[in-house]
Design a binder for this molecule. Sequence first.
Ligand SMILES: Nc1ncnc2c1ncn2[C@@H]1O[C@H](COP(=O)(O)OP(=O)(O)O)[C@@H](O)[C@H]1O
Ligand SMILES: [Mg+2]
Length: 325
Amino acid sequence: MKQNIGRNNKGPENENDYAVQTFGLTKKYGERIAVNAVNLSIKKGELFSLLGPNGAGKTTAIKMLSCLIKPTAGTAAIMGHDIKRNPAAVKQIINVSPQETAIAGHLSTWENLLLMGGVYGLSKEETKKRAQELIELVGLTGRAREQVRKFSGGMQRRLSIAMALISDPQVLFLDEPTLGLDPQARKALWKQIEKLKGQKTILLTTHYLEEADALADRVAIINEGKIVALGTPSELKKDIYGMQTMVIKAQNFTAEIIEDLKKAYPQTKKAENGIEIRAKELVFDDIVDYLRGQGVKIQWLSMKEPSLDDVFLSLTGKETADEVS
Ligand SMILES: Nc1ncnc2c1ncn2[C@@H]1O[C@H](COP(=O)(O)OP(=O)(O)O)[C@@H](O)[C@H]1O
Ligand SMILES: [Mg+2]
């Protein structure tokens, strides 16, 4: 997997083809390194996903790129403007839909958008025209005059994205846009985000592999502040092609049996009512014979194809839902 790093990073020959470039971008909080020497190049018009578990450094990276906090070391350029030397120019061409949305609950969709237009110094006419378009784009037509505190999480998130779009940014940062949404609301939001594809350069962070897979042109996997893999979703999956997972549900598995299996298959772990074994070559008969010989009564057995979750697991040793403190 490591050989992936840089392989797809050659990208355009011309520096001007990049919307975002980071150069050893680093942020430390005391002894803790939240973002660790990150080098990334995002092409203009690309939907790029930064994928990683909680605490990986995604929000910290976005905060640096949007000039809300200063890097401890390294830097980045947005459309050629250095975030340290020229934050004013950067702020003009980017916008953020933050992880914690900043909408005013007592105001309506319409009022929130007008307020935002004012913040960006747009004329009243311009703001109204854009607000109208954006309300349609994010599917809030018909709800524009209601107080947004009554909206569902998904609707609030759509409004937050519309608010980030009011300044017509060249680069849009979406920090965990579907965090906490139910699967249906998440899919609805994917459709809205898909509409923006190709129109804006988008950096989207997520800890849902499925989301990066569905939306992103390219994905960088971040873990403990470091980029551990980079590629298109299909390239990332190809790297573990052939990796299989065998799920066995059975009674009377002992710790000894699991230890024994680990000798042949190091990626053996306990699962619900049984075990899971991951490997490139699983010798089915051997495993079953061995278990029978140990007096294990197999109740159910199946093979799983690799998913992006497996990519993540093989890179980081962590499930994506893991909390990192
Ligand atoms: N203001 C802060 N002060 C101290 N530590 C922080 C601060 N913000 C984030 N961190 C730490 O930096 C790491 C990365 O956090 P964050 O960027 O929020 O991760 P993510 O967005 O990927 O969940 C975490 O270990 C987090 O606890
Ligand atoms: Mg975050």
